[in-house]
Ligand binder design. Structure first.
Ligand code: MCA
Ligand code: AMP
Length: 483
């Protein structure tokens, strides 16, 4: 039994989760997850086909109870990305809904169908206390180059980060969280599902994001909303002339945005229409949550608040010197340490070592500190990391996929500002045959098929040659119109 979910030890009939028509109380969740955990056999690691469904929540909870690390898989993942994740994480079994059609890449793995029902009792053979330092989840995240890395998140890190958020947000069992985030990343799975379950409260997932769904659930008992800026941007658009939505948002206790910066304009539009200030928090797959604006505090659009309880945060300049200034203008890289940190990258000891500076994790985010200790993010160290729709996407990964298309001779990928997505992925392509370049949609489909739909270029620009320096390195800043 993991320390993570105390509400499952002596479960009540209080509501735990609701995904559309599928609703489970804590008692039902404990039965379904306990029974599922009892079917794991000797599995040392399980892949979870992470559809936005109650079955994904049951599968992950079962893995936590059993102390078996879970590897959530994006159900839209492309063939190359899937092969990489399976090869790297080597799960023994895949957990999926009975009706889910799995891709060929998963055919070789034994499959356990996740049911929403089960019997009382402790799962056989899985009765011990789970070591808090053991991995609870392995979450894949993109880097600037190469395929995604598996981030080992321990039971300890998840518990510490969720408890720090509970302290900052006065998050309790009375809260009903509404969200529509995907369940294969930290935001949707750890904060959005394990967060409410750790508190003993309820999560209602919309299946997919819609303005109507948010209005319905917040107007019907929801107290908190978690979303990425793209979702708040779409809510802000819809608020103009939708009094029902304004009323629903105004009635929520807490509106929280994270995963990317929420533009000031959207902050202001939501505040003007609802009287509610969206609370921004800053986190990362490797660190879970680092800072949050405190609810009720002075609204300061663009800032991500102060460090959460237990999190040490410092700014470091290019020479490695720690910056003590709290002047709102001295820029340094954010480094953090604390119980919220990951345990390392799976199978990547060198990458793990390189990510740390004497116990401090290098986030790669650039920031300033305000006089009151507040952190304001101003950019990223690596320009080859793109945040689109709240997803972190490495340019190198997309470039490699594009180069595998027979019609592409050279490719470079950049991000450019996008009102809806924050940044959109732009592919700069030198076709093999300038007379018949591969069509934009064909290249987008190619990337979606190999990697994932959210990694597809939204714009393709064709060039005769990429700008390069004397060493042959592509000069992305010299691309026409590039930042
Ligand atoms: C489109 N689709 C395609 C293609 N084009 N499928 C295959 N091939 C194609 N060429 C499909 C998509 O799968 C999707 O299907 C639909 O068309 C629309 O896709 P898309 O245009 O990509 O969606 P969108 O409208 O851009 O999505 C916006 C979004 C999404 C809902 C805001 O970006 C999102 O869910 N973002 C959340 C990201 C997130 O959770 N990040 C957290 C990581 P269908 O409609 O059927 O789905 S960061 C993190 O965890 C840290 C710790 C933190 O701080 O939070
Ligand atoms: P990921 O690796 O997908 O977990 O994304 C983590 C990155 O998202 C961080 O390093 C930041 O660059 C960015 N991020 C997360 N939350 C915020 C926020 N509230 N404002 C700006 N950027 C954010």
């Amino acid at each position: 039994m993991s320390v993570l979910l105390p509400a499952l030890r002596d479960p009540s009939d209080a509501p735990a989760l609701r995904f559309g028509a599928d609703a489970l109380s804590y008692r039902e969740l404990a039965r379904a997850a306990g029974t599922l955990a009892g079917r794991f056999g000797a599995a040392g690691r399980v892949a979870v086909w992470a559809t936005p469904s109650a079955r994904t929540a049951v599968a992950v909870v079962a893995a936590l109870l059993a102390g078996v690390p879970a590897v959530p898989i994006n159900p839209r993942t492309g063939e190359r990305e899937l092969a990489h994740i399976l090869g790297d994480s080597a799960p023994d079994v895949v957990l999926a809904g009975p009706g889910d059609v799995l891709p060929a890449g998963l055919a070789a793995l034994p499959r356990i169908d996740v049911e929403l029902t089960g019997a009382d009792g402790t799962p056989p053979g899985r009765t011990g206390v789970v070591d808090a330092e053991s991995p609870a989840l392995i979450v894949y995240t993109s880097g600037t180059t190469g395929p995604p890395k598996g981030v080992l998140l321990s039971h300890r890190a998840v518990a510490a980060s969720l408890d720090a958020l509970a302290g900052a947000w006065s998050w309790t069992a009375d809260d009903v969280l509404v969200h529509a985030l995907p369940l294969f990343h930290v935001h949707g799975l750890v904060l959005g599902v394990l967060g409410p379950l750790r508190r003993g409260g309820e999560v209602r997932h919309l299946g997919g994001f819609s303005v109507e769904g948010v209005a319905r659930e917040l107007g019907n008992g929801g107290t908190m909303l978690f979303g990425v800026p793209t979702m708040y941007h779409r809510l802000a658009d819809a608020l103009e002339g939708d009094a029902g939505l304004a009323g629903a948002l105004a009635g929520a206790r807490l509106l929280v945005s994270g995963s990317a910066a929420l533009p000031v304009h959207d902050h202001e539009r939501i505040a003007a229409a609802t009287g509610r200030k969206v609370v921004e928090r800053y986190g990362m797959t490797e660190t879970l949550m680092n800072t949050s604006v405190r609810p009720g505090g002075e609204p300061r659009p663009g800032t991500v608040g102060v460090p959460l309880e237990g999190v040490d945060l410092r700014l470091v300049d290019e020479d490695g010197a720690v910056l003590g200034e709290r002047d709102g203008e001295t820029v340094g890289e954010v480094q953090v340490r604390g119980p919220n940190l990951f345990s390392g990258y799976l199978n990547r000891p060198e990458a793990t070592a390189a990510a740390f500076d004497g116990g401090w994790f290098r986030t790669g985010d650039m920031a300033v500190r305000e006089a009151d200790g507040g952190v304001r993010l101003v950019g990223r160290k690596a320009t080859d990391l793109i945040k689109s729709g709240g997803y972190k996407i490495g340019a190198g990964e997309i470039e490699n996929a594009l180069l595998d298309h027979p019609g592409v001779r050279e490719a470079a990928v950049t991000g450019e500002p996008d009102a809806d997505l924050g940044e959109r992925i732009v592919a700069w392509v030198v076709p093999r045959d300038g007379e018949v370049p591969p069509a934009e949609a064909e290249l987008a489909d190619h990337v979606a098929r190999l990697l994932a739909p959210h990694k597809r270029p939204r714009v393709v620009r064709y060039l005769d040659a990429l700008p390069r320096n004397d060493m042959g390195k592509v000069l992305k800043k010299a691309l026409p119109g590039a930042r």
